[in-house]
Design a protein around this ligand. Structure first.
Ligand code: MN
Ligand code: MN
Length: 347
């Protein structure tokens, strides 16, 4: 799939008909539903209190998540035999390396909503390796031997994939339901992104960013929360090392994706939409609404790299710019003299 062959970089994820199961709802978009998303697939998942996304693994992608609402418990097993249990609340991120077995359960008394990002566009959360599916598809005598139960008892297990499973909310204070973490505390799998002190552009907005530098296990994905004030512009820029996947949490925005050779696509976004920018493609994000526009952004690299237009211009001699644009030096002298990152809206 050539990115320039696509006609849209927008997908209305929350308007998609969901997959539903006991206690859970999921909406996903891979490159099959959203052809532009060649390098990153995304999922919006909701779990009722007590419900879980069962024990499973992903053969072809690592998983990065951001919690919007609810309290979630995850378990994960590493191939070295170490295992980890963590608790997540709104604003926290997690990362699970490709192929590691994990589960996600809503252990709170409110519905949980979280966004999952996978570093492979040709990925489907629907087609992952689930524990019930695995056990249901080996001979019952093998399952009995492995689980230490009788063949008759094996017959009590699900006959196929559970995917979602309802359960009781575990009692708080149990040894595995740990209390709300101190925001500054990062664990192996949890990074409290919302608690981070943001980069602030006065009048323009804020950026919170987590890369493998802050969150060492997250080797293949970086994440960001970008908030733009009304009228503000995340200036023209590109990412030389990663695709960009966006989930619009609130507000409205306009984005142009520039694909070179005169090709560019400008589209309008609102809460619940996802957007995509191929690696290296030029783009901006403009808040076109009356309220703050809040965007969850994922990159398929553990390192964040960006080249911003203002910094690029400021790094060049004025006479070069005057020649490049065929304009007088007096006009070039009005250009940015330093990195802007976000341009505040004009009153
Ligand atoms: Mn998973
Ligand atoms: Mn960007």
């Amino acid at each position: 799939m050539n990115a320039s062959a696509t006609s849209t970089f927008k997908y209305a994820l929350e308007k998609k008909t969901p997959r539903t199961g006991p206690g859970g709802i999921t909406r996903g978009a891979s490159v099959h539903e959203f052809p532009a998303s060649i390098g990153i697939a995304g999922v919006s998942m909701r779990l009722e209190p007590g419900a879980m996304r069962e024990l499973h693994w992903h053969a072809n992608a690592a998983e990065w998540a951001y919690v919007i609402t609810g309290t979630l418990r995850t378990t994960i097993l590493h191939p070295d035999g170490q295992s980890y249990i963590d608790t997540f609340t709104p604003g926290d991120a997690w990362y699970f390396p490709k192929g590691y077995g994990h589960a996600i359960q809503n252990i709170g008394d409110q519905d949980a909503h979280f966004i999952l990002i996978f570093d492979n566009g040709d990925f489907s959360e629907d087609h992952t390796f689930s524990i019930t599916d695995f056990i249901a598809h080996v001979p019952p005598a093998i399952a009995a031997q492995n689980l230490g139960i009788t063949v008759e008892e094996v017959a009590l297990l699900p006959k196929g994939e559970a995917y979602f499973a309802k359960s009781a909310v575990p009692s708080i204070g149990s040894t595995i339901a740990t209390p709300r973490p101190v925001p500054s505390l990062t664990t192996m799998h949890r990074y409290p992104l919302e608690a981070q002190q943001p980069r602030v552009i006065p009048g323009g907005g804020t950026q919170k960013l987590v890369t493998s530098r802050e969150f060492p296990i997250s080797q293949t994905i970086s994440g960001s929360i970008l908030e733009l004030q009304p009228g503000a512009l995340r200036e023209l820029h590109w990412h030389p090392n990663a695709d960009e996947w966006q989930y619009f949490l609130s507000g409205q925005a306009e984005i142009t994706v520039f694909l070179a050779e005169g090709q560019a696509i400008t589209e309008q976004f609102e809460a619940g939409d996802i957007g995509y920018v191929p690696m290296g493609a030029g783009h901006y994000i403009k808040n076109t609404g009356q309220n703050v526009c809040k965007i969850l952004i994922g990159f398929n690299s553990g390192e964040y790299q960006s080249l911003d237009l203002s910094r690029w211009l400021a790094s060049n001699p004025n006479d070069l710019l005057a020649g490049n644009f065929s304009i007088p030096d007096t006009l070039v002298s009005k250009f940015p003299q330093q990195n802007a990152f976000i341009n505040p809206g004009r009153a």
